[in-house]
Design a protein around this ligand. Structure first.
Ligand code: ATP
Ligand code: MG
Length: 426
């Protein structure tokens, strides 16, 4: 600014001096000021044009303020350009990485409209970006399972196996996850082989269980008759054991069939609001009649009046298993605490005991079929190792989770954690 002032002063002074020689000092000074103002105006106009189209127009070169403004703008421009180039590089690398992903990734915008999709989305879901931009994903994938998944609250971590809209042999595991606040990401993975193997295993178990049922019933019937018909002495001790074992096999087959029914979802879920207090009190009363029940004490604490929307029969069988386990795997004078509460994350049915406890390395495998911690103790208690697998499947069907914590010699805590969407006021 200083420089501009001095320059104006010098021009006006020189013009005044020359004007003095001609006896027209004021006129010369006025003309010089006017020309200077005109020149400045032109430079500002040039600056404006350069700002509007920096690539087409030349930047004005004038000493002083305009030059300084040009230099500053130029520096900012170069800085932005470098940043843009860097960001462009990141985006290219991100796009290349997501294109290489075998899983389909679709970014869902407002109202479930497609914002962006990677290459695999085209081969797995038939969604092509940018062709399908701004189309609702629900209009592109019509499978009812997918529609259900779309309407499931994200807090329930929705996952579903959906048939691909492109090829009905393709089975996809679809997930919707939350990102950056309220953004939604649809991820689909090809699970055709896994689903096929799972189906084969399930069918095999179901068929074998069905086939075993009839011969076992016949065997059990004959053993019963033989026991009642006062058998020969050498059979008197053997027959009750044989009958007991066939009964065990019967229970096992019943459990295996129940498990495959839960897995296949053959039986629809009959979800109704239920009073957890009534359910827990009724199961606890049944547990007191259980043959393993000795001098145990069972306390039921109801810390919430809220109801739970679940299939009452299924949840009854799950919680019964937890409470019967607590009786089976504890000393006769142990205490079992059954609790219903609702916190800010879940509705929780807890079954806590002060029994033998379970070593931490078993915890992850506890819900596997036939997995038992201590075979001899479990066998003594008449267990087959299917109970917790049933609990897990029942809870999965309700989008709930089984959480187990345990300390050897101190006791175990089993929690059925239901999402808040399954909890309602009375
Ligand atoms: N409350 C508990 N305390 C200690 N161990 C437990 C407890 N609950 C379960 N377990 C262990 O976990 C194993 C698996 O339990 P699960 O209910 O699946 O099978 P089970 O009780 O042996 O047989 P089933 O329930 O089919 O009659 C049990 O064999 C037992 O070793
Ligand atoms: Mg059990």
């Amino acid at each position: 600014m200083q420089w501009d002032n001095w320059r104006l002063l010098a021009i006006v002074s020189i013009a005044g001096f020359v004007g003095l020689l001609f006896g027209q000092m004021m006129t010369f000074m006025f003309i010089a000021s006017f020309l200077y103002a005109f020149w400045l105006q032109k430079s500002w106009n040039k600056l404006l044009m350069w700002l509007q189209k920096p690539k087409v127009n030349k930047s004005p070169s004038a000493e002083g303020a305009i030059d300084e403004v040009c230099r500053q703008i130029d520096a900012i421009y170069k800085q932005n350009w470098a940043r843009k180039k860097r960001l462009g590089g990141y985006i290219k690398r991100f796009q290349a990485a997501t294109s290489a992903l075998p899983d389909a990734v679709v970014v869902l915008g407002e109202a479930g409209k497609v914002d962006w999709a990677n290459k695999s989305a085209k081969s797995l879901l038939g969604i092509k970006w940018p062709r399908d931009s701004y189309i609702r994903v629900g209009n592109l994938i019509r499978d009812p399972e997918f529609q259900k998944l779309l309407n499931t609250p994200l807090t329930d971590k929705p996952v579903a196996i959906v048939t691909s809209p492109l090829d009905e042999k393709l089975q996809l595991e679809m997930k919707i996850v939350n990102y950056m606040g309220n953004g939604r990401l649809l991820i689909a993975r090809d699970m055709t082989q896994t689903v096929k193997l799972q189906r084969m295993r399930r069918d095999f178990v179901t068929n074998v269980s069905h086939e075993l049922r009839t011969p076992l019933t016949v065997l059990h019937g004959y053993l019963q008759t033989l026991t009642e018909d006062s058998p020969a002495e050498q059979w008197q001790s053997a027959l009750p054991v044989m009958r007991q074992q066939t009964e065990r096999m019967n229970v096992m087959i019943k459990d295996l069939l129940a498990l495959s029914q839960l897995e296949t979802g053959q039986k629809p879920l009959n979800a109704q609001p239920i009073s957890v207090a009534e359910l827990l009190n009724s199961i606890s009363n049944d547990a007191r009649q259980h043959h393993n029940f000795k001098q145990h004490t069972i306390t039921v604490e109801i810390l919430s009046e809220k109801l739970l929307i679940v299939d009452s029969d299924e949840v009854r069988s799950a919680v019964s298993n937890l409470i019967f386990n607590a009786i089976k795997y504890t000393k006769p004078d142990s205490h079992i605490a059954v609790r219903w509460l609702v916190d800010e994350h879940n509705g929780r049915i807890e079954v806590n005991d002060d029994g033998f406890g379970i070593d931490s390395h078993h915890l992850d495998r506890l819900t596997e079929r036939f997995y038992r911690v201590d075979n001899s103790r479990s066998q003594d208690a008449g267990g087959t190792g299917l109970g917790l697998a049933i609990v897990k499947h029942v809870l999965q069907r309700h989008r709930a989770e089984l959480k187990i914590t345990s300390t050897v010699g101190v006791g175990s805590q089993f929690c059925c954690c239901f999402p808040l969407s399954k909890v309602i006021d009375k």
